[in-house]
Design a protein around this ligand. Structure first.
Ligand SMILES: Nc1ncnc2c1ncn2[C@@H]1O[C@H](COP(=O)(O)OP(=O)(O)OP(=O)(O)O)[C@@H](O)[C@H]1O
Length: 277
């Protein structure tokens, strides 16, 4: 495990979770997605959320950030029950979130610094020149060169779009970052660089990460804990080695199949040095 990840693991375990999900039920018509799902997200950790296709990882993310209303259950964020909050209070909580959706969701008609400046103008009410200056800082944080600021999303590689989307998610200095499949569509080198960047930024800025992924390498490179969604619940949420030894068919196929073994034995896998090559 990465040394910093280990430090975080030991410090966040006893504190109150930043997110507590209890008894969550989600359904669309007769299709029950979650049925009594419980999950905690501890301050400062990077939690990987995995599970078979359609197990409801994205629905869970959308429910926590308020885009999907659950049929039942409670979600406490920073100790506050979201259901009890007024719309204004809820929006204040939501401003402490940064979100990177699958696909990035940048505005195609705005260049990168305009894209990142937008939430700073809308939510932090910064004058445009200040917002754009800060946007350039966020782009640099996300590892983009200065000249990228005036490029449009269509002019960028997939990896640069992900970095720009990360810069936008970081625009308002979020305390919790929600990432949905951030390395999907990236080549292995780009994905590896993204994983490293995420850990570096978490260590430097101290935010908490809820990370939906299918990418085994990302789990080994970046995550302190992993939650497995199965049978409409969180089957297990624990450190990677404990999760990988869980007696469950999907878990065994996923972690101990050929790809899982390759990821865990990578010279840069989390169990050894935290990063893949
Ligand atoms: N708005 C919606 N209306 C109806 N069904 C939905 C809606 N959103 C999601 N679903 C269904 O809920 C289930 C879970 O979807 P979700 O996208 O959360 O799965 P996932 O675990 O993220 O899958 P994947 O790994 O394939 O991305 C799927 O069967 C999906 O079709």
């Amino acid at each position: 495990m990465h040394e910093n990840a280990r430090e975080h693991t030991s410090t966040f375990s006893s504190a109150q979770p930043v997110i507590e999900v209890r008894g969550l039920v989600n359904r669309f018509g007769n299709h029950v997605i979650h049925d009594g799902l419980d999950l905690d997200l501890q301050k400062g950790e990077i939690l990987g959320v995995v599970g078979g296709s359609g197990t409801g990882k994205t629905v869970l993310l959308r429910t926590i950030i308020g885009l999907n209303k659950p049929a039942a259950g409670h979600i406490r964020v920073f100790g506050q029950d979201l259901e009890q909050l007024s719309a204004r209070e809820r929006s204040q909580v939501e401003q402490r979130f940064g979100v990177l959706f699958q696909g990035g969701a940048l505005f195609t008609s705005l260049n990168l610094q305009e894209n990142i400046a937008l939430p700073l103008i809308e939510h932090a009410h910064l004058p445009r020149p200040d917002a754009e200056a800060l946007a350039r800082v966020k782009l640099a944080l996300a590892g983009l060169p200065p000249e990228a600021a005036i490029k449009y999303p269509s002019e960028l590689s997939g990896g640069m779009v992900k970095r720009a989307s990360l810069a936008r998610a970081l625009a308002l200095d979020p305390e919790i970052l929600f990432l949905d499949e951030p390395t999907a569509g990236l080549d292995p080198i780009g994905a590896d660089a993204f994983d490293r960047l995420l850990v570096t930024l978490r260590d430097a800025l101290g935010f908490t990460v809820f990370l939906v992924t299918h990418d085994l390498d990302t789990l080994y490179a970046s995550c302190d804990r992993v939650a497995v969604l199965s049978q409409k619940k969180v089957l297990v949420a624990d450190t990677l080695d404990r999760v990988a030894s869980t007696d469950d068919t999907w878990v065994q196929e996923y972690f101990n199949g050929p790809r899982g073994r390759a990821a865990s034995h990578s010279p840069h896998g989390l169990l050894q040095h935290n990063h893949r090559e």
